[in-house]
Design a protein around this ligand. Structure first.
Ligand code: ADP
Ligand code: MG
Length: 522
């Protein structure tokens, strides 16, 4: 199935040179099914070496999150969530009502520039006081009173979107600040402990029970609605995924106590040495000029922070060959990062006969006058190439994780999961089996019987991020890629859905799991 390889059909006549240039770009940016298969095999290999702690041959960190145990959507109670990762932080009270139903209440607070560089104890004190203010507001405190569990301490889940190494569900050391934060006294320290100390100082009866990454939160939040959620994924400013792994496969864990655990893949860094990814000169240029050259190469082909810049690089290449805009650029278009991924969404949405919105965007945002219809058609075709490649690579990562889960030793292959594969080792053998037409999900489907697909047979994927939510056709293109990699029933058996509020509901659920596990291990 190669519908992805045909560029937008021009309404006007492109010159031979223009057609040739677009055909060359199409070839460079189109990923065939065979290429996706090859990448899937490499991705699974890197997952395996990451789990084995072999970081020389893997670019995937595969971080154990210490979040174990399943949700069935019947859990009840009120939990707090704190989301800190940018210029605002959010405090939420999440009331789990059972029956997959959640009632969220939240309030945002600004982290001023002063606080972003103040001593960590000052920032944490401010957060503690904000939490105190929030939980004593009348409408919140009455809810807490209604749903309070036995203890009179509220449990809190903490979504902290900075790099940490986690050593327990409620402990993680800050490696470095990013995104403009630079609070002394935090790097090298346990961020949970710093928050807990501030809460204690301010006499706020809240216990920090769990520290979570946003992909893990996304997975958990989706599991409350769909207990068979296996993957949480983000396609936003960056991209990453988390999934449920059998703990016996996690060689980096000393003595696993639970049967399964969520792993934070950190998939943005897949194949950073570009051994498998078909990077183009446009990608290399972007990577070289980025603030973190040589890492997160995969993320740079997929996520919102970068897609516009790749497109800009291609447009300039065409302009320099006098194949676009009569060879004229603008100051705006010449500036790095000036072409936003949002523009691509607007451009791809324009189906009007004269492509009038495209003309508008070019004029208003980039000061480019596109007199000729041909120019607008070329711009749209370029966006399609970049957008499709991103969606197909996203599908590849998702399919790789599903295959890994269904293969020997994977979480989905264990007892208690309804999908079983009789000849899984043959079907999934990456060296011998990749070109088999009988792919994983078809095989699954055969065995689950063609008539009914009920929820117990599904492998849910919970997704967050503006690129997935807002980029036109992104989901459809992902489904097309999944179908090529997992078989014709992929759409039904591996449903992709938007996960609601991973950093709120997901963090609250992590707090619930941590509290439950603590009770069990006592
Ligand atoms: P974050 O990942 O930072 O939590 P989001 O999920 O909202 O936040 O993603 C923001 C990213 O999504 C931005 O980098 C932006 O480029 C991209 N984005 C925002 N709106 C759109 C859109 N309409 N179409 C495509 N990409 C978008
Ligand atoms: Mg986000």
């Amino acid at each position: 199935m190669l519908t992805s390889s045909t560029p937008a059909k021009p309404h006007t006549k492109w010159s031979d040179k223009q057609s040739k240039a677009l055909a060359d770009l199409t070839e460079e940016f189109t990923l065939s099914t065979a290429q996706l298969e090859h990448l899937t095999a490499a991705f699974i290999d890197q997952m395996q070496s990451g789990l084995a702690g072999d970081h020389k041959s893997s670019d995937l960190a595969m971080i154990p999150t210490f979040v174990s145990g399943r949700l069935d959507g019947q859990e009840r109670g009120s939990y707090l969530a704190l989301d800190l990762g940018g210029t605002n932080f959010r405090v939420c009270l999440i009331t789990l009502k059972g029956n997959h139903d959640v009632e969220p209440n939240s309030e945002s607070f600004k982290v001023t520039e002063h606080l972003q560089e103040a001593h960590i104890s000052e920032l944490m004190d401010f957060i503690a006081i904000s939490i105190k203010d929030f939980i004593t507001r009348e409408h919140i405190s009455s809810k807490i009173a209604k749903h309070r569990s036995n203890s009179n301490t509220l449990e809190l889940g903490f979504t902290f979107s900075f790099p940490v190494t986690q050593t327990a569900i409620d402990a993680g050391m800050l490696l470095r600040w990013t995104k403009g934060f630079n609070c002394p006294g935090a790097v090298g320290s346990d961020i949970v402990q710093l928050l807990q100390e501030a809460l204690d100082r301010k006499e706020v009866k809240v216990h920090v029970a769990a520290l979570v990454n946003d992909t893990v939160g996304t997975l958990l939040a989706h599991s409350y609605k769909y207990p068979n959620t296996f993957i949480g994924a983000i396609f936003g400013t960056g991209t990453n995924g988390a999934y449920v792994e059998a703990t016996r496969s996690i060689k980096t864990m000393p003595t696993p106590t639970a049967k399964e655990m969520i792993i934070n893949i950190e998939w943005g860094n897949f194949d950073k040495d570009k051994r498998f990814l078909p990077v183009t000169p446009f990608d290399n240029k972007l990577d070289r000029e980025s603030i973190n050259p040589g890492v997160h190469v995969f993320e740079k082909m997929i996520s919102g922070m970068y897609l516009g810049e790749i497109t800009r690089n291609i447009l300039l290449h065409l302009i320099d060959r006098r194949l676009l805009f009569d060879g004229t650029s603008s100051q705006k278009l010449n500036a790095h990062w000036s072409f936003k991924t949002e523009f691509m969404s607007q451009i791809e949405s324009d189906t009007s006969p004269n492509l009038t919105s495209i003309a508008q965007i070019l004029k208003q945002k980039l000061e480019i006058c596109s007199k000729a219809q041909i120019d607008r058609e070329i711009v749209k075709a370029v966006c399609e190439l970049v957008g499709k490649r991103a969606a197909r690579l996203s599908a590849m990562a998702t399919a790789a994780v599903v295959r890994k889960g269904l293969s020997d030793g994977g979480h989905l292959a264990g007892d208690g999961y309804p999908l079983k594969l009789s000849e899984k080792h043959r079907v999934f053998d990456t060296a011998a089996g990749v070109n088999k037409s009988e792919t994983a999900v078809e095989k699954v489907h055969e065995r689950t019987d063609s008539a009914v697909v009920h929820d117990g047979n599904l492998i849910h994927v919970g997704i967050d991020g503006s690129v997935f939510k807002l980029y036109p056709h992104f989901e459809e293109r992902m489904v097309e890629g999944l179908t090529e990699l997992l078989g014709s029933r992929a759409k039904d058996l591996v449903p992709l859905n938007i996960a609601e509020d991973g950093s709120g509901v997901g963090a609250a659920l992590a707090a619930l799991i941590a509290t439950k596990n603590a009770v069990h291990s006592r």
